[in-house]
Design a protein around this ligand. Sequence first.
Ligand code: NVA
Length: 324
Amino acid sequence: MRHFVADHQLTQSQLLSFIDLAKTVKAEPEKFSSVLAGKTIAMLFEKPSLRTMVSFEVGIKKLGGHAINLGQQNGKLGERERTKDYAKNLSCFVDGIVARVFEHEAILELADEGSVPVVNALCDWYHPCQGLADFVTLSEYYPDLSKVRLAYVGDSNNVSNSLMTLAATLGMDFTLICPEGHEPAPHIVEQTEFLYQEVNAGNGKGKLTISHDLTYLNRQEGQQDVIYTDTWISMGGELDTQSNAYKTLMAKFAPYQVNHKLMQRSGATKVMHCQPAHLEQEITTELFDDANKSIVFQQAENRLWAQCAVLVSIFSPKLALFNQ
Ligand code: NVA
């Protein structure tokens, strides 16, 4: 049984092969049009979705399969019925499950208790399909990914955890700049350091830098190629916009806004965002819309091809790239 639950499942060579596979599917999707022939994939969402929902449904169809989108109708897993019963019931009918959940444990429980492959479509710890799509996108601009200097500016969250993990797997420099109190969880940092050590044992490249200090991004100190940002408040953590808690949070994050000035200061030439963007909060409208610097829609398009590659890898034994 192959599940895709988190980015750290992939070794460096599996990740590089995975990126190649996604690009091959993108170039010639018709060659993969029967990978899911006769198969049905159920998609369930505990949280809202636009890109993930549509790109999975379109991808499943392109691979010759049938998608059942359960949407958010069942609410939070475990409330209407136990998560394990949910997994066992779905396993009676479908060949795979794509799930967006609140807690990573729910993904693991679906995988452990069901009898069909499970794909993580975002949880509290990771957004692995986004991470893979982003590395496919980066590879389209930077052929040698290990040389890319990627900085993430903003709130440490599921997206930054996935990016950090994949950067470490490839031995790529990764800098995370966040306000105090918004650092990545210790176990994610530990796991990332471990991955860097493994990669560095081979070629001595790449490091993780975590700081609150934006001046670290100044050109002369830590010049960057790409700056990535995401929402300051992830789904599930919403605050009343009239509340003091919300106003305090906005004020704390305001200096960390990604804008043309920061791009200039850091030397970065590309900006990335997983979307949805909160314009004039984590990123300015002007930068988000700047077609020379912003590659956000390339990222969005590559969600489709990266996820097709995940499904090909799970359902086509000859192209299996990861085990779990
Ligand atoms: N960090 C964001 C990602 C949205 C695609 C969230 O979890 O809401």
